[in-house]
Design a protein around this ligand. Structure first.
Ligand SMILES: [Zn+2]
Length: 413
């Protein structure tokens, strides 16, 4: 029998199915056709859910259509199943599980992100609870990253979360390479410098937010061509910011930042939408330098708001050719090419050489390192045993191009 079903305002599908199947089987067929998840979908008629074990022949359809009620159906109106699937496959690194980390994790999850790595070195304090929705009094003293991961998972069982208690600077490189985007609430200059450098070098977009009392700001960095976070900083300011200017000075007592839940939710909402725009359009942008019309372009500059005086502005930035990160002598002046190679190709001497020559013309002297907990270990690909490498592993490759040695990252798939 022919059955027509629709996700309202998105799509209508007609399927031809045997009349003795159950509603559950029909749902399975419809979800497969629409590329949406069965466990997040219900079938309804006139707003009433159909019983999953009921035979479809028993449903009084007449001229009525079956409505497909899917968790993210309202977003499909904006960017379709393919856009939603792209969000679902992305992994976001949340740098800082504090106020912004809590709010951003909530927003990103509700948007359909399913994979997170949450990093924070800090522990929960009672004064955090005014702004951090996932923490309770009983969490005081526990690591923020782990508590946030656990609470998110309790509420949304479909999430895949890795929680790390530690500093961003100490993370193995693989953690960054696994991430499609970084959302941060960085409160110190050294971490901003470090993350911006990682972001540019490995082409991992970064969306940062911050608040001070009534004021707040958001900044998106889309590598490699945007002005980066460090572009506006001169070398002289850099010395002051990292505290190197007067190394003999006594340390200043750590001042507490005035904070409000309102500025935090505003900032993290804007960050989340920026993250969505970038995840949905970055692949296209890298190929064509254009952002998809449907989902929009990330902000260019720093968005600043002052909720006390109701002032909102976008501060434009210029690219600084002497920037300490992205400038011509900057730490991340070269971006690292990233390619995927199947293990089958990698293990064959001929195929590997052919593939690498195609990917890196004018280059030779390839040297391979296996990445292990952030440390590169040199390997001879002709001698390494198959059991030593697996799908998903990263290899660092150095290669000679003209007179310069450059780096590339290979992921085995
Ligand atoms: Zn820069």
């Amino acid at each position: 029998m022919k059955i027509t079903a629709s996700i309202p305002s998105v799509k209508e599908v007609t399927v031809d199915v045997p009349s003795n199947i159950t509603v559950a089987k029909l749902k399975q067929i419809l979800c497969k056709k629409l590329k949406i998840e069965q466990d997040l979908t219900k079938l309804l008629i006139d707003g009433i859910p159909l019983k999953e074990n009921q035979k479809i022949s028993k449903i009084k359809l007449k001229s009525k259509k079956i409505e497909i009620d899917y968790l993210w159906s309202r977003q499909l109106i904006l960017w379709g199943e393919n856009g939603q699937a792209k969000l679902g496959k992305s992994r976001i690194l949340i740098a800082g599980a504090g106020a912004i980390g809590n709010e951003a994790a909530k927003n990103l999850t509700m948007l359909g992100i399913r994979k997170f790595t949450i990093v924070d070195y800090d522990k929960v304090e009672i004064s955090n609870l005014s702004r951090m929705i996932f923490f309770d009094k009983s969490d005081a003293g526990k690591p923020k990253s782990k508590v946030l991961a656990k609470k998110l998972h309790n509420k949304y069982a479909h999430l895949e979360i890795t929680a790390i208690q530690g500093k961003l600077e100490n993370l193995p490189l693989e953690v960054y390479l696994d991430s499609n985007l970084i959302v941060s609430g960085l409160d110190n200059f050294a971490s901003r410098f470090f993350l911006t450098s990682i972001s540019r070098r490995y082409l991992i977009p970064l969306v940062d937010g911050g608040i001070t009392g009534y004021q707040c700001r958001v900044q998106s960095y889309v590598p490699p061509n945007d002005p980066c976070f460090i572009c506006p900083i001169t070398r002289e300011q850099y010395g002051n910011l990292v505290g190197l200017r007067n190394p003999c000075d006594a340390p200043i007592e750590e001042a507490k930042t005035p904070s409000l839940p309102t500025t935090i939710s505003l900032v993290s909402s804007i960050q989340t939408q920026e993250a969505a725009k970038i995840l949905l359009g970055y692949e296209n942008y890298l190929k064509t330098e254009k952002w998809p019309e449907k989902t929009g372009q990330p902000m260019q500059g720093i968005w600043i708001a002052d909720l006390k005086y109701n002032k909102y502005s976008l501060l434009k930035l210029a690219k600084n050719e002497n920037c300490m990160v992205c400038g011509k002598h900057g730490e991340a002046r070269n971006t690292v090419e990233r390619i995927d190679i199947s293990t089958q190709i990698f293990y064959s001497n001929d195929l590997r050489n052919k593939y690498l020559r195609k990917m890196f013309p004018d280059s030779d002297e390839f040297t391979f390192f296996k990445m292990s907990e952030g440390k590169p270990i040199r390997i001879d690909p002709n001698k390494i045993l198959k059991k030593d490498l697996k799908t998903g592993d990263y290899l660092l490759v150095t290669l000679k191009r003209k007179s310069e040695y450059i780096e590339a990252i290979i992921r085995l798939k």
